[in-house]
Write a protein that binds this ligand. Structure first.
Ligand SMILES: [Fe+2]
Length: 118
């Protein structure tokens, strides 16, 4: 569990997949800026090809968002004048706790990763 703070004037999070399977976001602020942008893979038996659904979710204080973070490419649009705060719950399964070796140094200390991260 972490709290992500997006300061006014460019607070953002780059495009990525999560390392964990299930991600729950608890929004602590209501924002008209800096939506969570999601690219959700969709398919249907009646369609020949799959497609990507684009969603822009604006934070609403007290709301929970649940997503399959490994399957949904996502980022946070930069803030302009607002602050945004979210509690992030990353759920791993006992048999699947994979994280990149330099992931924690990147997330908690801002150390640049040695390789491309998800
Ligand atoms: Fe994420």
């Amino acid at each position: 569990m972490n709290i992500k703070a997006y300061p006014a004037g460019g607070g953002t999070l780059g495009l990525h997949y999560d390392t964990n399977g299930i991600t729950v976001l608890l929004f602590l602020t209501t924002n008209k800026e800096a939506p969570l942008r999601m690219q959700i893979e969709r398919s249907h038996p009646s369609k020949k090809e799959s497609w990507i659904e684009h969603r822009h979710i604006h934070a609403c204080k007290g709301s929970l968002l649940v997503m399959q973070g490994r399957k949904v490419l996502h980022d946070s649009e930069p803030t302009i004048s607002e602050q945004k705060f979210s509690v992030v719950y990353n759920y791993y399964e006992r048999h699947d706790t994979y994280r990149h070796e330099d992931f924690d140094d990147f997330v908690y200390y801002g150390a640049k990763p040695n390789r491309l991260m998800q």
